[in-house]
Design a protein around this ligand. Structure first.
Ligand code: UDP
Length: 236
């Protein structure tokens, strides 16, 4: 019997993780692979919530000549599309889910209600938080940090396309060095590409550990929950 290290997790998936090799839109094979891993950890008794980005469809900064707020609302809508895709993928393999959105769209999803989200988690449902924080000028990393604090998650599992945090881009430099552990202040002072500074500060103030790991293999999600992954741990 495998023992889980974290009982309640916040899994943050970037929009790009859902796009797969296409780099745009949703690759349903990838969504299914991720869903199967989530199913396994839920069956192990782990309470799991998800925040998914929107970068595979739209990011606020894509709207160069647009009003920033409008462009950001488009980004939040993009996260809703991804949340529904993940919900569908999870439910197709028998995982119970609820989508809760920060922007009201009651025909599509529940509004975000913290106590209700906690109850869903206790009942073994996966809760997918959509529409970011509901505010422009923020990111889905900040959403993950905020919701993790609110629902008292043990850790944020930050799935990336690299297997941890490096001192420089490992795709460009052969001598890039991976960090095993970092403090929040290291991340902020060195300007490391983990999360944006708002999200990192929120984690620091609320002492929420972050495990950065690679989603090149979806089974890494389960390994992360078991504490068997060698990504980068950001903590106090
Ligand atoms: N966004 C926002 N407020 C939020 C969360 C997201 O305005 O609280 C917008 C923002 O424009 C962002 C886009 O939604 O660029 C998609 O989110 P993000 O870039 O974090 O997605 P990811 O990079 O993780 O795919």
């Amino acid at each position: 019997m495998e023992t889980v290290k974290y009982n309640r997790i916040m899994l943050k998936l970037s929009g790009e993780a859902l796009a797969g090799k296409k780099g745009f839109g949703i690759d349903f094979d990838i969504a299914r692979k991720i869903s199967k891993q989530i199913k396994e950890i839920v069956e192990m008794g782990v309470q799991c919530c998800l925040v998914v980005g929107g970068g595979n469809i739209w990011r606020g900064r894509n709207g160069e000549n647009m009003d920033r707020t409008t462009a950001d609302y488009m980004g939040m809508m993009a996260t809703c599309i991804n949340a529904l895709a993940l919900q569908d993928s999870l439910e197709s393999i028998g995982v119970q889910t609820r989508v809760q959105t920060a922007i009201e769209m009651k025909e599509v999803a529940e509004p975000f209600i913290r106590r209700r989200a906690m109850r869903h988690l206790e009942k073994g449902r996966v809760v997918i938080f959509a529409a970011g924080t509901g505010n422009p000028y923020f990111s889905t990393d900040t959403t993950a940090a905020l919701r993790a604090a609110e629902i008292e998650a043990d850790i944020i599992l930050l799935a990336k396309n690299v297997d941890g945090v490096y001192d420089k881009d490992p795709n460009k430099y052969d001598d890039a060095k991976k960090f095993e552990e970092l403090t929040y202040l290291d991340v902020l002072e060195k300007g490391l590409q983990v999360m944006d500074s708002t999200a990192t500060s929120l984690c620091m103030d609320n002492e929420i550990p972050i495990m950065v790991f690679g989603l090149n293999k979806p089974e890494n999600i389960k390994k992360a929950v078991l504490g068997k992954i060698t990504g980068t741990l950001v903590h106090k």
